[in-house]
Design a protein around this ligand. Structure first.
Ligand code: NAD
Length: 244
């Protein structure tokens, strides 16, 4: 028996990195998973897996979220789990960030999870049960030189707490995960040199970079009924880096 048997889960950014790892683990544990992403080519690949349905979503669009939530509910009868994982990152220096950079970052990383919760919670409330997991970042806690990215992830942190109080009485749990540096296409695309990554490993108490499965396992716990009394919680998964 799987930990997510008969559950319907939406995972945003499900076509790459951490999201892809969650999609695979959730399916393995018995869920029907909707991998929702803006990257259609990657979605086609994801849809070839059993019990995975790739649907196009732009998390920064209210309308796109409204359509997706309705489509999932019409097709599968309910929505049990939402993982707000899609995101972009940037290392742009403080003085170079312009209004457009800020709006883009905050609309994908900040408005995205907000709109996801706004459109999915009515369906969860209808069955008086649901689990939402928002992916923030250790940079919401220690900055780490990621300026508007850190700000966007700080908004996810605060919004998760607010949503846990807003939706608790409808049986909906909301928790947040704070990954450290995880080896995914996102970190490969950063200008961060191998040398810097090596130094980060040295500075990490557990002496390694994170893997997507490290985050997926924590998301599985929060998605499953094993965590049925946990809401408003924050779990840092960074090998002890931000504890120093
Ligand atoms: P990734 O780049 O591998 O995957 C991100 C996915 O989000 C991609 O499939 C992309 O197409 C999708 N996406 C981007 N914009 C979108 C939009 N507007 N609508 C829908 N989908 C969109 O990244 P990852 O490393 O797997 O990161 C996943 C999440 O974890 C992100 O929120 C990221 O900020 C967070 N995170 C990552 C790390 C890390 O070190 N990799 C650390 C802390 C937090």
């Amino acid at each position: 028996m799987g930990k997510l048997d008969n559950k319907v889960a939406i995972i945003t950014g499900g076509a790459s990195g951490i999201g892809e790892s969650m999609v695979d683990l959730f399916v393995q544990e018995g869920a029907i998973v909707i991998a929702a992403d803006i990257n259609e080519a990657a979605l086609e690949k994801a849809s070839q897996k059993e019990n995975v349905y790739g649907l196009k979503l732009n998390v920064a669009s209210d309308e796109s979220w409204k359509e997706l939530a309705k489509e999932v509910n019409d097709r599968f009868g309910k929505i049990d789990i939402l993982v707000n994982n899609a995101g972009i990152s940037s290392e742009k220096p403080f003085a170079e960030i312009n209004e457009e950079d800020w709006q883009k970052m905050l609309s994908i990383n900040g408005f995205g999870p907000f709109a996801g919760m706004k459109h999915v919670t009515p369906y969860m409330a209808a069955q008086k049960k649901g689990s939402i997991i928002n992916i923030s970042s250790y940079t919401a806690i220690i900055g780490q030189g990621f300026n508007h990215y850190s700000a966007s992830k700080g908004s996810v942190r605060a919004l998760s707490k607010a949503a846990a109080t807003t939706f608790g009485r409808q049986g909906i749990r909301v928790n947040a995960l704070f990954p450290g540096i995880i080896e995914t296409p996102m970190t490969k695309n950063l200008s961060t040199s191998r040398d810097l990554l090596d130094r980060l490993v040295q500075a990490t108490p557990l002496q390694r970079l994170g893997q997507p499965s490290d985050i997926a396992q924590a998301a599985l716990f929060l998605a499953s009924d094993d965590s049925s009394y946990i809401s408003g919680a924050e779990l840092v998964i960074d090998g002890g880096f931000s504890a120093q």
